[in-house]
Design a protein around this ligand. Sequence first.
Ligand code: ADP
Ligand code: MG
Length: 344
Amino acid sequence: MAEPRSEPILRVRGLVKHYPLTRGVLFRRQVGAVRAVDGVDFDLAGGETLGVVGESGCGKSTVARLLCSLERPTAGEIRYRGEDVATLSGRALKAVRRNIQMVFQDPYTSLNPRMTVGDIVGEPFEIHPEAAPKGDRRRRVRELLDVVGLNPEYVNRYPHQFSGGQRQRIGIARGLALRPEIIVADEPVSALDVSVQAQVINLMERLQDEFDLSYVFIAHDLSVVRHISDRVAVMYLGRVVETGTDEEIYDHATHPYTQALLSAVPAPDPEGRERRERIVLTGDVPSPADVPSGCRFRTRCFKARERCAREVPALAVPERFRGAGGPAAHDSACLFAEERRTPA
Ligand code: ADP
Ligand code: MG
């Protein structure tokens, strides 16, 4: 495997989160496991945006909570600047948490309606008092509001007095308060009107430059992350099935699942629109408590062959498809990825 030239800021390997599946009310017994995240690998380089995409239920929010240490993984590694976050506790864990902050999906439910905007944005300073002296917090909060494009005079207002887009700006200001290195944004625009989505994405891009941030930007749709991502990881049923640079994913996808997702996205150029055929996936996503053998996508794959039921495809392509140095330019967890590769 080609190793990146410089150490990524975040390196995720074999990440697993299983939830026990229980039956019975009086005598609860474990009858299985929900494999919410089932072996996820990816790297995040400093200053870049990794778009994470996949249908509802594929494990995106669970990955987000694991990255922010809101939950502990069942297995696997999350290395932040070389240190395995999953093994940390106490002050060391707190220090990492400070540097990896989350922006939540729904600005309508993630902001406490009884707290003023100033208290919401300043709350991280209560949890990490070392981040700002008490006498300076009020000023910092006003500054944060200004930075995300809200009037600092609004500090004493309540969330219900703001629109959806403004509320997400409040959530972003809170995420920025501790000056983190990484922001994990879990579908930050999914709950917003399409007209407001672009404004919030533009804001996040500006903040990325201004504060030198790295983003893990989660969405359920490839068209949302297209503009903001440097690289994209496509998830299916708890795993990354394809990952690569923007160009590789949007122009040379080799995994049938990615190809199906792409076929639903309007192509930016008229030529591409003609070339692209709509692929409609049949059947439902299997339950993460009952994952198919071999390739977990095979039950819905329009290109499945007999081998797919027997072999678990690894997230890799032959060496000759790799760019020199840097994170792998393109990895696909399909046994037949190689045959499907279109020339660059
Ligand atoms: P996504 O964000 O992609 O929609 P989630 O990470 O929320 O997916 O969920 C992945 C799977 O894990 C789903 O089947 C969901 O029901 C299950 N799941 C998530 N959190 C829990 C939990 N705390 N206990 C049990 N199952 C869970
Ligand atoms: Mg989710």
